[in-house]
Ligand binder design. Structure first.
Ligand code: AN0
Ligand code: CP
Length: 321
């Protein structure tokens, strides 16, 4: 594996899930694989889970890790080509990327969508510059449009907790005070479409995900109807993807608190498990009683981030040799 970006990069999902199980059962079995190898984790944005789980996964594989927080510890980096650099950005990605690459074997990048220029974001301009100018395997640690380490961990969690061969999984939009990227729902939809689940997406009008990720997933605008009989409820806020109205890209179209996942929503499900990638705003996205219930999987889901990251890094390391 050279890049980890889309669901196709991981290949057969059954095999990937089997490998995740093996890694989880004995996470130190490949301690020699990463010997004398270095992964660089580059963060343009905040993180708790991605940073810690990636460091832990790399450590399990015997790798060295360098973490760099852009703008706080490094120079501020210019990301657009062809600009006169007379502002606050001291260095261009064009030089910074090959320099960073010269000190490592694998690069992980977190770079959120700017949410102002749909074309720039959906072309994955920053991640693609890392792929192009580093010459090293690149892992998206949530880039402009995708969060594959999260979606893989979500799939592992669903596999572990499912009670039927083909569970009903519902991705529901929920309100949030800030404008958030579409990366998490995009990847979740992409991965659920590829997995053996009955997948439904529910959101207010205008929040349609890019067809590249939503695929042929069933869309149900009536949230309660969508949740009926669900085995897993996956809540997430996202801003307008600008599919129907490009001028609304990145905007908040609704703050309807009726969409907050609470006990009344969970009551119509098949005693569903609740999932969220975290960080979550309580009583905006989900009520306290739902996230605190024994059916809430948010902690095991976050714990599985170590496993998904380790499978991805393991495969990259195996291909380096
Ligand atoms: C980010 C997002 O919605 O993409 C990160 C989630 C993993 N969330 C926030 O910025 C709150
Ligand atoms: N779920 C997730 O990626 O969390 P962080 O933003 O804390 O890394």
């Amino acid at each position: 594996m050279k890049t980890f970006f889309n669901v196709q990069d991981i290949g057969d999902l059954k095999k990937a899930l089997e490998e995740a199980k093996q890694v989880k059962e004995n996470r130190f079995a490949w301690k020699k694989l990463g010997e004398n190898k270095t992964i660089m984790l580059v963060f343009f944005n905040n993180s708790l889970r991605t940073r810690l789980s990636s460091q832990k996964a790399a450590q399990n594989l015997g790798m060295n890790t360098i973490v760099l927080n852009i703008g706080q510890e490094s120079w501020k980096l210019e990301t657009e080509l062809g600009v006169v650099m007379d502002g606050d950005k001291s260095e261009h990605l064009r030089e910074a990327i090959p320099v960073m690459a010269s000190y490592c074997d694998i690069i992980g990048v977190r770079s959120f969508a700017g949410l102002t220029d749909r074309e720039f974001d959906y072309a994955e301009t920053i991640l693609n510059q890392f792929i192009k100018y580093s010459g090293k395997p690149v892992i998206s640690l949530e880039s402009a449009t995708v969060h594959p380490c999260q979606a893989f961990a979500d799939l592992i969690t669903i596999e572990e907790y499912k009670k039927t061969a083909r569970p009903k999984v519902v991705l529901t939009w929920a309100p949030h005070p800030k404008s958030l990227p579409q990366a998490v729902p995009n990847s979740f939809a992409e991965w659920m479409n590829a997995a053996d689940v009955d997948f439904v997406i529910t959101h207010p009008h205008g929040y349609e995900l890019d067809p590249k990720f939503a695929g042929n997933a069933r869309i149900e605008y009536d949230q309660m109807k969508a949740l009926e009989g669900a085995d897993f409820v996956y809540a997430k806020n996202w801003s307008c993807p600008g599919v129907t109205n490009p001028e609304d890209y990145g905007k908040i179209l609704s703050k309807d608190m009726g969409w907050t996942v609470d006990a009344a929503h969970m009551a119509v499900t098949n005693n569903a498990y609740f999932m969220h990638c975290l960080p979550v705003r309580r009583n905006m996205i989900v009520s306290d009683d739902v996230i605190d219930a024994p059916t809430s999987l948010v902690i095991p889901e976050a714990a599985n981030r170590e496993i998904s990251a380790q499978v991805v890094m393991k495969r990259i390391l195996e291909d380096l040799e």
